[in-house]
Design a protein around this ligand. Structure first.
Ligand code: PMP
Length: 442
């Protein structure tokens, strides 16, 4: 491409980026009823005029302007692990969190098949109304044992677990205070609860401590929500310090283990094993079945008082269908495999460390990643992330770019999910390809 053409594209992309930011600001702007004209009123009843749709349209236009094919919604032709088939071709795959290779594992699939034959495809109603299938409860008991806490309750979606649990437990007059990089589901739950929502700088327990020292007295109950391993940056909180802070300020501590279960600790027990913290130092253990556990859904593990309350009152449990028995059986078998085969965890950790060390040596910007299941390569612009992801796809590597507004524009990146099933050769080939291509992408 000629230099003037490159310049023209760069300017067009910058203009679209500004439009995107304006549409985002418009979506968040307060409504001023007195200033709405008749013409604007008609526009308020059209989906195509909604700021959210404008954002989608501008993102599409960016792809066309930059002649970059969209990396989203690619169709995979089989179960996706360290490799995957897309459009009839084989790719090395870093775009999913099948961390221990248990989705597609023969024993896990067989357990799900047996439950499918016995119970059918759906639980067909809420568990409170329609009753339990033994396998749902077995999974909950196995998770409670794994966390060494009294009980556990399983929900049909990980995202909905955070939303409904935080939404049900907290109320106006309370405070939900979360890490600035906490997952969207935590933020949504806090918003639903009607509690005051604040955030503290990423992983900064001292800032949290200072903030609570100032404001704790203004609220009834306080929830501190953090993650065991952060899904965009791959770094880990100092859990012992957070537990001390929660104790000092009479708060509840909730830890989202979505990306930490089966990943951290010698036995894959998550951030508590990694940090040497007692299970009961955390009030609410949350996790998902969609990563290490090869299924779908979320869980809360903790005291019987907590799970009792959620089982009877959390709308996302009470008014939602029970976890599909086949999915429960698959996740139960995956949990069994995690306990019986800690070598999978060791292999994942070795892979993460290998990827991170090689990437750092090549001068790639991996941010604060600790080198476990998530390693980002920060490109500094959405455009560069998209172009780099497409260039890697051409070389047989499937990885997702993360754009604004999911992260700040300057923090746009490729996010590599590392699995136990990746080989040394796949990791070395990939890091070398990123290092070679990153400087050629604008
Ligand atoms: N928590 C975290 C930290 C996540 O990254 C995600 C998304 N994978 C969720 C919760 C929601 O889980 P699920 O995708 O299983 O609904």
């Amino acid at each position: 491409m000629s230099l003037p053409e490159q310049m023209r594209q760069k300017l067009a992309a910058k203009a679209l980026q500004r439009q995107l930011e304006r549409a985002g600001a418009q979506a968040a702007a307060p409504f001023e009823p007195d200033r709405v004209t008749q013409q604007e009123r008609a526009s308020l009843a059209r989906f195509e005029d909604m700021p959210a749709y404008q954002q989608v349209r501008i993102m599409r236009q960016m792809g066309t302007t930059l002649k970059v094919e969209s990396p989203f919604f690619r169709v995979h032709e089989g179960s996706a692990g360290a490799t995957t088939r897309i459009g009839g071709a084989e790719y090395i795959n870093f775009a999913n969190y099948n961390y221990l290779g248990l989705s597609g594992d023969a024993a896990v699939t067989e357990a799900a098949k047996q439950a499918l034959d016995r119970y059918g495809t759906s639980a067909s109603a809420s568990r409170m109304v329609a009753g339990e299938r033994p396998v749902q409860r077995e999974l909950e008991r196995a998770l409670a044992n794994f966390y060494e806490v009294e009980d556990c309750v399983a929900f049909v979606s990980g995202h909905a677990t955070n939303v409904t649990v935080i939404g049900a437990l907290f109320a106006p007059g309370d405070l939900v205070i979360h890490d600035s990089l906490a997952h969207n589901s935590i933020v949504q739950g806090a918003q639903l609860s009607g509690a005051k929502r604040l955030s503290f700088p990423h992983n900064d327990w001292q800032a949290l401590d200072a903030l609570l020292a100032r404001v704790r007295g203004e609220y009834r109950r306080v929830l501190i929500a953090i993650e065991g391993l952060y899904s965009m940056d791959g770094d880990i909180p100092d859990l012992a310090r957070f537990a001390e802070v929660k104790q000092r300020h009479a708060a509840f501590l909730m830890v989202d283990e979505a990306h930490a279960l089966g990943v951290l600790g010698a036995r894959g027990q998550g951030v508590r094993e990694h940090c040497g913290v007692a299970p009961t130092d955390v009030d609410i253990w949350m996790g998902t079945m969609s990563k290490t556990l090869a299924g779908c859904g979320g869980y809360i593990a903790g005291s019987t008082v907590l799970t009792d309350m959620l089982r009877h009152l959390a709308p996302g449990f009470l008014y939602s269908v029970g976890l599909a028995p086949a999915l429960a059986a698959g996740s139960l078998a995956a949990l069994g495999a995690l306990c019986a085969q800690p070598e999978r965890v060791m292999r994942l950790q070795a892979n993460g460390q290998r990827f991170l060390a090689r990437a750092r040596k090549a001068g790639l910007h991996t941010g604060t990643s600790a080198g476990y299941s998530v390693v980002p390569v920060i490109t500094g612009s959405s455009m560069k992330a998209a172009v780099l992801a497409n260039a890697l796809f051409e070389e047989g590597i499937n990885v997702q770019p993360i754009f604004y507004p999911a992260v700040e524009e300057a923090a746009a990146r490729l996010r590599f999910f590392i699995c136990s099933t990746h080989t040394d050769e796949q990791i070395d080939y990939t890091v070398d390809a990123v290092a070679r291509l990153v400087s050629t992408c604008r």
